[in-house]
Ligand binder design. Sequence first.
Ligand SMILES: Cc1cc2ncn([C@H]3O[C@H](COP(=O)(O)O)[C@@H](O)[C@H]3O)c2cc1C
Ligand SMILES: O=C(O)c1cccnc1
Length: 352
Amino acid sequence: MPFNIPVIDDITQPALAARLQHLLDNKTKPVGSLGQIERLAQRIGLILGSEAPELKAPQLVVFAGDHGLAARGVSAYPSDVTWQMVENFLAGGAAVSVLARQNGIGLTVVDCGVCHDFAPRPGLVINKLAPGTADALEGPAMSAAQCNVAVASGAALVKDLPGNALLLGEMGIGNTSAASLLMSRLAGLDIVDCTGAGTGLDAPSVQRKIGILRQVLARHPDAKAPLDALAAFGGFEVATMVGAVLQAAAERRVIVVDGFIASSAVLVASALQPAVLQRCVFAHQSGERGHALMLAHLKAEPLLDLGLRLGEGSGAALAWPLLMSACAILREMASFESAGVSRQDSAQTAVR
Ligand SMILES: Cc1cc2ncn([C@H]3O[C@H](COP(=O)(O)O)[C@@H](O)[C@H]3O)c2cc1C
Ligand SMILES: O=C(O)c1cccnc1
């Protein structure tokens, strides 16, 4: 059954935006002194449609899948690491497991197309499209039908999640290549500017990776529309994440975007429905080459810049306390009136 892309409406809401700004400006602090936290509070307020927003039951989903292109040596690690890390997430030992646990964030792992058969267990959703995508240098990574099913399954998954915030995570050896290809094609940028070391390729290997990705782009000259590019370049985890982002946006959940790969899924979703971006909070700027440019293309203002280059949703989980703080500031901080604190001298000009 074809998946209908939901229409994502504009949530600019000038009246609510003005009320939120008024509230923030009247808190007991110099105007604008909480910097980016104030813009974050504004954004969350607009997404949740509230002057006193409350984040509830945050859910981090790790979308996992393998990549046919990985056999061409575009990653410093073998594909087996994908399934081994899925086991690690479920056992509670991966970086994202630790950070999600520490911050009270629910963690779900989705097998979107890993080359391994997992024993069913709590916390694991099996939506396997195939054991890994096809080699994108030989043909499309997946068929249009598979792409459709992957997007639909991501949307269905989010429908069943509690809470009002979705944190994006992923695992898939070779998926920085898919993200670079999507970025190059959809943003119209040279592949050199979209490609980095991923898991840690040395400089000559990055040059080799760029050469392979250039050939992949040349192999799919007509894959220009967002879903065509997604099918051509993969992967299953990115396609499932695209569906999850669209559904979360339709439900007005706060979408916390992790690094380079999660951003590439948002790039695809926003190419389909631009208002998706109004629901996104970009957790951090990854150390992966290309992410700064991708964020600039999406007009995103990342919260953190810690040199992270891990993925998994680790940056999203690390940024989560800032979202909680932004909401708490709106809800709990006193105003000049309520606290009896003198306002700025009216002769001086306010700087926001
Ligand atoms: C042990 C390990 C844990 C990881 N957790 C996330 N990634 C990250 O690295 C992969 C992308 O990089 P590339 O395109 O170079 O393969 C993804 O799986 C990503 O989430 C990991 C990679 C490794 C090796
Ligand atoms: O930014 C990311 O998401 C990233 C970067 C390198 C490797 N894996 C993930």
